[in-house]
Design a protein around this ligand. Structure first.
Ligand code: G6P
Length: 613
């Protein structure tokens, strides 16, 4: 994880770096630091444990003048969060200064080799080892800084996004990437380097997405781009098409709240250009080339982590219902380490908001090596997963900055619904009528979400009643089991209350033992084919004095009589209700966490983009 930012140009670097670090703080927030090259070609490094605001305080009386610099916000992997382990790191003789996002896997070997050559390390980080490896090659080989970096990187196993400066060649920054994200923004005689577009968008829309094992040598007036093996490349300049509003809170107290309220419009953005004007057809351009394979495949495997995995579970129900293709949903981290059976005609779908999750990325590589066709459902355009997959579809939900995922989930489920309908139609599993009805139902979802959002104050009142609970149970059946898991995850992530999601019928095989008068049980109990059964499950909870908060279909009278609280959501086609039922759960978690004084957008120990395995 970690966020990195760099600047070289004619403006003062410090404000750009600090502003960038604040925008990247969602990636890691246990310590941060900056390095700035001043007019006398001296590099000043300032680091501080804690959030970027601590760094700002620490630097308030320091000299931060200079037009070249780099900054880093850290999520600790090697070494505890403290000032020494914070980046930037400098090589022992001060030749190289660098920041790093990723993990050097063979750090221990490299460290031993350097220790044998009398190198001594101040920090516990893998990054300091790399800084010294570069320096060692630079001094020993009497080569240029660029060459020392390239040679060092050929010896590195692992993931990195790097910004490097050399004291003897001060007017340049060297950047390199492998499996961790890195973007270069191009301004007027200035360049911005960052982990993602959020710190760049206010300065320029022209960007280069670095490819793995590529390196760029950046001066104010010169830019060269090559592989680490020194093959010269011509960079592909792309347009961001992102407004600054997309990465600001725009009056909301937290990004998470903004993102919850954005869902009616983010789902419309997911539809955009993909549903015919007369609502007769779904058109996912990214799937057209692979449609013949999708129609023939005997199996789909979905791989993902976290909330994206929950979306994958909803996808399993959707794909099996509408396409009759058997689907398996796997945690990417489990899938890749258990020698999975993968056939050449399997279709693997990788789901990821960030497009950078290390486990998902490695699982994709494994599936590709075994000959499967891999599709991606990603939110971040140009991300590693989007580029690693054979084909795919962007969710276009816009930047998601709150660490707890909300609008990405509904966008992913929207894409999975569209995908299922499109394949089901091609395979003649669903009729023309059913297909059109599904499209009409789908396009009515944003307005139905708007209606649910109007009930925000009511969710807040219920949150106030249960904010001090120690445990929560979430129950759902069928399509709502993944929603129960997602509701529990949201609560855990941001309020630190222990919560479990369970298939409602399984409750009696264990969790029922936990139920007493202190246990709030959130049940997704909208009208569908298992309605009667879920009503029985609610009775079972009530018989043990549990507190039932039920998500019900508008106008439901039966559950109103038994549950302690009912939260009504509009009626919708059963396969689409997960898009609605998740909204009250997101808001409930949000309000509980606010009332408990938690850090909503940056919960402890978590990071938005998990680029370590
Ligand atoms: C982290 C985030 C979660 C996210 C998961 C998977 O744990 O905090 O919100 O669901 O990673 O991330 P991805 O970007 O692959 O969807």
């Amino acid at each position: 994880m970690c966020g990195i930012i760099g600047y070289i140009g004619n403006k003062q670097a410090y404000p750009i770096l600090i502003d960038g670090l604040k925008r990247l703080e969602y990636r890691g927030y246990d310590s941060s630091g900056v390095a700035i090259l001043n007019e006398n070609k001296k590099t000043s490094i300032y680091k501080s444990k804690g959030k970027v605001s601590e760094l700002e305080k620490y630097t308030s009386d320091k000299d931060v003048c200079g037009k070249i610099g780099m900054g880093h916000t850290r999520w600790a992997t090697h070494g505890e969060p403290n000032d020494i382990n914070a980046h930037p790191h400098q090589s022992a003789n001060g030749y190289f200064t660098l920041i790093h996002n990723g993990i050097i896997e063979n750090y221990s070997n490299l460290k031993k080799r350097l220790e044998n050559r009398d190198y001594v390390f101040k920090s516990e980080t893998d990054t300091e080892i790399l800084a010294n490896l570069i320096e060692y090659i630079y001094i020993k080989g009497k080569v240029s800084a660029e060459m020392a970096v390239r040679l060092a990187l050929t010896k590195v196993v692992g993931a990195y996004a790097l910004v490097i400066s050399c004291k003897n060649e001060p007017e340049q920054l060297i950047v390199a990437k492998n499996s961790s994200p890195l973007i270069i923004g191009i301004g007027q005689e200035e360049y911005f380097i960052a982990s993602d577009a959020s710190p760049i968008v206010q300065y320029t829309q022209s960007v280069i997405y670095l490819n793995d094992k590529d390196i760029a040598i950046i001066k104010r007036d010169e830019f060269s781009y090559k592989t680490i093996k020194n093959d010269i490349l011509s960079p592909k300049i792309e347009k961001l098409n992102l407004g600054i509003g997309a990465v600001e809170k725009q009056g909301y107290d937290h990004f998470m709240l903004k993102e919850i309220f954005e869902q009616p419009s983010s789902i419309l953005d997911t539809f955009r250009g993909r549903i015919a004007a007369d609502f007769s057809k779904i058109y996912l351009g990214g799937l057209l080339d692979v449609m013949p394979k999708l129609i023939k495949t005997k199996r789909i495997i979905i791989i993902a982590c976290g909330t994206s995995w929950h979306a994958g579970l909803v996808g399993e129900y959707l794909l099996e219902e509408f396409t009759r293709i058997p689907v398996e949903v796997e945690y990417a981290s489990e899938f890749r380490y258990r020698n999975p059976i993968i056939y050449k005609d399997d279709i693997v779908i990788a789901i990821s908001q960030s497009g950078e999750t290390a486990d998902t990325l490695s699982a994709i590589k494994l599936a590709k090596d075994k000959g499967a066709t891999v599709l991606g459902i990603c939110n971040v355009v140009g991300s590693s997963i989007a580029r690693e997959t054979d084909a795919g579809v962007y969710t276009h939900a816009g930047p998601e900055i709150g660490v707890a995922s909300t609008k990405a989930f509904t966008a992913q489920v929207t894409i999975l619904t569209m995908m299922s309908a499109m394949i089901g139609k091609e395979k003649n599993i669903i009729t023309e009528d059913k297909y059109k009805k599904l499209i009409l139902e789908l396009i009515s979802i944003p307005d139905k979400i708007k209606k649910i959002l109007l009930l925000n104050e009511r969710f807040k009142k219920i949150a106030a009643m249960y904010k001090d609970a120690n445990n929560f149970l979430y129950l759902g059946r069928g399509y709502f089991f993944p929603v129960a898991l997602e509701g529990a995850l949201k609560l855990k992530e941001i309020s630190y209350i222990h919560a479990e999601g369970y298939p409602a019928a399984e409750m009696k095989h264990g969790p029922i033992a936990l139920i007493d008068k202190k246990m709030p049980v959130v049940v997704i109990a909208t009208k569908d084919k298992s309605y009667e059964k879920i009503v029985s499950n609610i009775q079972e909870v009530k018989a043990r004095k549990g507190i039932v908060i039920a998500i019900v279909t508008e106008g439901d009278k039966t559950i109103k009589e038994i549950a302690d609280h009912v939260l009504e959501i509009p009626k919708a086609e059963a396969s689409l209700v997960s898009l609605l039922a998740v909204i009250p759960l997101q808001l409930l978690s949000y309000h509980i966490a606010v009332m408990r004084g938690c850090n909503i957008d940056q919960p402890r120990n978590l990071a938005k983009s998990v680029t370590v395995e």
